[in-house]
Design a protein around this ligand. Structure first.
Ligand code: PLP
Length: 388
């Protein structure tokens, strides 16, 4: 199997298994209990929190360990809502764990603005500028789109925020950015930042929320008050330690470069198979047959392919049968028809329906990449013939 759906989830590093054993079978204690063993564990968690702060490039603040980024996003947004005449700003390209929270807030009568996207998938900063004002309480905009790989310019967003609503809270869903795109939180003045272990080779069920000022956030649920009274529940110690192990094993700068090479090699190989061109380029056939590469110029980890005349879903199943796993965009919404984000950036219906999301990881071999590209081209050509 060649796995090209890494934006959906990644294969866990083998090294995490040993860590799991250690913190579930040997050092299995409750970090909130009072024995020496528990106190030691509690110190290890604190030390790990500091480690995460350093890898996030943050000079201040805390990290809350949560169960998934869906929880981190819900906590960041709902925990920032305040009574009064406030306004909340989101992009239309957000993941459902942000977008659906925003829609519900609007239904509940809060004043919510949805900022449109540009053709390249980035948030439209001119439109963002128009909605920010002194009543803005929260701005929540993702770092990297899970659908297109488009990277938002967090520094520019922050400078707009600083000028127009300096007291607003700035939340960033960093799930497709952390450990993938080299950056430092201290350069972007982000207040809240969500990330998720299973997107960077740690297990599922462990994630985090960076919190610059813990007094400005409210908890989602009541309980024992673990993690600064903001996230009750016994910490997933093994998950936290495994996520740390994954981060220790990653050099995001090196991985970024390697993934860029992988994407270039993939595109080059696909182009060499014939009847393949870049979306928006001058590639055209009379038959309407052809694969279009749409990489939005963003993250090297993600790109979209349009299989003209064939549904993305049909391609996904045909490729699955050939041993190549691809995605149809957000796994949480992929069972629904269409793709909200691709529609929002103005792609025509035919391009949306024929699209498949390809997402890489930095550890793939050249051979895997070239084989996958060739299988994709051949599977499409075979499908096209069979369908006509
Ligand atoms: N945000 C983005 C951008 C994502 O891609 C995902 C996962 O697909 C999430 C949030 C949700 O992450 P989790 O699966 O940890 O809840």
């Amino acid at each position: 199997m060649i796995y090209l759906d890494n934006a959906s989830t990644t294969k866990m590093f083998d090294e995490c298994v040993e860590v799991h054993k250690e913190f579930s079978c040997t050092s299995f204690f409750n970090p909130s209990a009072l024995s020496e063993n528990s106190l030691r564990l509690s110190k290890q968690i604190l030390d790990t929190e500091k480690y995460f702060l350093s890898r996030l490039g943050a000079d201040e603040g805390n990290v809350l360990f949560t169960g998934c980024a869906t929880e981190s996003n819900n906590l960041a947004i709902k925990g920032s809502v305040r009574s009064g005449n406030w306004e909340y700003v989101f992009s239309v390209g957000e993941h459902p764990s942000v977008f659906n929270v925003a829609k519900k807030m609007a239904l509940d009568g809060l004043k919510v603005h949805f900022v449109p996207l540009q053709k390249n998938g980035q948030v439209d900063l001119n439109q963002l500028e128009k909605v920010l004002n002194e009543r803005t309480r929260l701005v929540s905009i993702m770092q990297v789109s899970n659908e297109t790989g488009a990277i938002n310019d967090l520094k520019k967003i922050f400078s707009l925020k600083k000028r127009l609503c300096p007291n607003a809270v700035f939340h960033v869903d960093g799930v497709q950015g952390f450990m993938k795109i080299p950056f430092a939180l201290r350069d972007t003045a982000v207040d809240l930042y969500s990330f998720s272990g299973h997107k960077f080779h740690a297990p599922k069920g462990i994630a985090g929320l960076y919190v610059k000022n813990k007094n400005a956030l409210k908890e989602l649920f009541e309980g024992g008050g673990q993690q600064y009274l903001l996230r009750s529940g016994t910490e997933n110690v093994s998950g936290i330690m495994q996520m740390r192990k994954a981060v220790e094993l990653i050099d995001e700068k090196k991985n970024f470069q390697r993934t860029q090479e992988i994407k270039n090699l993939f595109n080059k190989t696909l182009l060499s198979c014939g009847e393949v061109g870049f979306f928006g380029g001058d590639f055209q056939t009379d038959s309407g047959r052809g694969i279009l590469i749409n990489d939005f110029g963003g993250s090297p980890y993600i790109e979209t392919l349009h299989f003209q005349g064939v549904k993305g879903e049909t391609m996904l199943h045909a490729l699955d049968a050939e041993g190549v796993v691809v995605g149809l965009g957000s796994a949480c919404s992929s069972k629904k028809a269409g793709n909200r984000v691709l529609e929002e950036i103005g792609l025509d219906k035919e391009s949306v329906v024929s699209s498949v999301r390809i997402s890489f990881n930095a550890y793939m071999t050249d051979d895997e990449i070239q084989t996958a590209a060739r299988i994709i081209a051949k599977t499409y050509a075979d499908l096209w013939k069979r369908m006509r």
